[in-house]
Design a protein around this ligand. Structure first.
Ligand code: SF4
Length: 479
């Protein structure tokens, strides 16, 4: 009591263990639905089978792929270990070439910086090449809100943008669509023949985009690599659209995660082909550009082509959090080839959209909890059979399935895996720890315990039936 008044203390009770996060609930619902969608599985299986065949051929061109992967892992890990110095070196060198580096701690800062630049340069139309980092900050949506047209120029990205969707896969954005789906989409949107071939659709889009390239004030790209010793960005692609994105408009904005930095131009000779082989099966992709600042107008031979200004947005957005957590920080080595997605049995069944995250598949499940929080995305680390296929195919030798186990450990430590899960695991550990304890519980009790609650395996599967006596009991009895 104080001054005759009763003090009211608010006691906060944590009920979080009782409710499943909405993101997780949606994940489970979508996973159940997509895994049994036969058409979706057929399309995915077909597209991944073509990828597998191309990659097998690409890998065969290496005399010693294991050595190349070990070297790539070493170079990337060395850069991650010296991330701070490499980024500063990149900034210093790009600035010396006339470029500008802008540091963004999160998506909000990145978007604010980009929109400011777009307004300063009076932009009405932006052409964009493929970039998962711009997806991460929802650039297109923010541009639309600011009344700026942002047009994807990579064919796969253009298809998903036209369909009002997000990329389904980090390398192959329209992997979930068959050529018939795409022909139908173009028929609905533009009135093209419903049975258009991929060739006629490509020609149609090429024509449509050319005009946009000519009129866009700003070109936005990602960067596959940031080269520290050269102060340049490296962009790899197959359609020439990224090259046009940086050469037609007067302003070039590149958005890249801070983990994209590599130490030297020399290392590109190893990393570029590895990325191509694991991404699409090509020895090298068709167009590879190294852009080291805006057009130079000084010196003996002033340049006539290229942007007048170049900005590089360096995005953190949770990467520092990942950097601070060992051993998961190794995931910053990723070069976004997409190979682990194509190899993953979970991805192949539940598909890219079920993850509800920019980065899906094994790499997405490792990094997303750090980027967007364990409370909402920790469950992704449990969506894994720990088969290890992703780790086998990774060109920078990331032990992805092991990192997922470390994530699970962190989720349990943080209490985000749910207390019921922890209690169930503790009970299971106790019972499974000794054969005697297991045998003491008769089969009918085990069945009753498991079947009394909801079927954990979902409506389409039945729970296994426990025998009345365990194998060891029956064995003993027979002898
Ligand atoms: S984790 Fe490895 S396999 Fe997966 S996208 Fe990154 S580099 Fe490719």
């Amino acid at each position: 009591m104080q001054g005759g008044k009763a003090e009211i203390t608010t006691v906060q009770i944590d009920y979080s263990y009782l409710k499943m996060s909405l993101v997780k609930k949606e994940f489970l619902q979508k996973a159940r639905k997509t895994a049994f969608d036969r058409r979706h599985r057929q399309t995915l299986r077909f597209n991944i089978s073509r990828y597998d065949a191309a990659v097998a051929k690409g890998k065969a061109t290496y005399g010693n792929l294991a050595l190349a992967k070990a070297r790539a892992a070493y170079i990337k890990q060395l850069t991650v270990n010296n991330l701070h110095d490499c980024l500063l070196q990149f900034e210093e060198n790009l600035t010396a070439h006339g470029g500008t580096v802008i540091w963004a701690e999160n998506a909000t800062e990145a978007i604010a910086a980009i929109l400011k630049l777009l307004h300063e340069h009076n932009a009405h139309t932006v052409v964009k090449s493929k970039s998962m980092t711009t997806e991460e900050v929802d650039f297109n949506e923010h541009a639309a809100t600011a009344d700026i047209e942002s047009l994807e120029t990579d064919l796969g990205e253009y298809i998903v943008q036209l369909a009002g969707e997000k990329p389904y896969h980090i390398v192959t954005p329209a992997m979930h669509k068959s050529k018939e789906d795409i022909a139908r989409l173009f028929h609905d949107k533009f009135g093209t023949p419903p049975d258009s071939t991929p060739e006629t659709i490509t020609a149609f889009v090429r024509q449509l985009l050319r005009d946009k390239f000519r009129h866009a004030e700003v070109g936005v790209t990602g960067a596959n690599f940031l080269i520290a010793d050269s102060g340049a960005i490296a962009v790899t692609e197959n359609e020439g659209n990224a090259l046009m994105t940086v050469s037609f408009p007067k302003i070039h904005i590149a958005v890249a995660g801070i983990e994209k930095v590599i130490p030297s131009l020399e290392s590109l000779g190893l990393l570029w082909p590895l990325l191509a082989v694991h991404g699409t099966g090509q020895r090298v992709t068709a167009y590879n550009s190294i852009i080291s600042g805006p057009r130079r107008t000084d010196g003996e031979a002033p340049e006539v082509d290229g942007p007048e200004k170049m900005y590089v947005i360096l995005l953190d957005n949770g990467r520092s959090k990942l950097y601070g957590r060992l051993p998961q920080a190794q995931a910053l080595r990723c070069i976004r080839c997409g190979a682990c997605l194509n190899a993953c049995p979970i991805y192949k069944n539940i598909g890219g959209y079920t993850y509800a995250a920019t980065y899906s598949g094994p790499i997405g499940s490792v990094i997303t909890p750090f980027y967007k929080g364990f409370a909402d995305y920790g469950h992704l680390s449990f969506a894994c059979t720990v088969c290890g296929r992703c780790s086998e195919v990774c060109p920078v030798s990331l032990p992805l399935h092991r990192l997922l186990l470390f994530n699970r450990h962190d989720a349990v430590e943080q209490g985000t895996a749910g207390r019921m899960w922890g209690m169930a695991m503790n009970a299971a550990r106790y019972i499974l720890g000794k054969r005697r304890r297991m045998d003491r519980i008769p089969g009918r009790l085990k069945n009753a315990a498991f079947l009394a609650g909801k079927n954990m395996l979902g409506a389409r599967k039945s729970m296994p039936h426990f025998a009345e006596h365990s194998f060891s009991q029956m064995w003993k009895h027979q002898r």
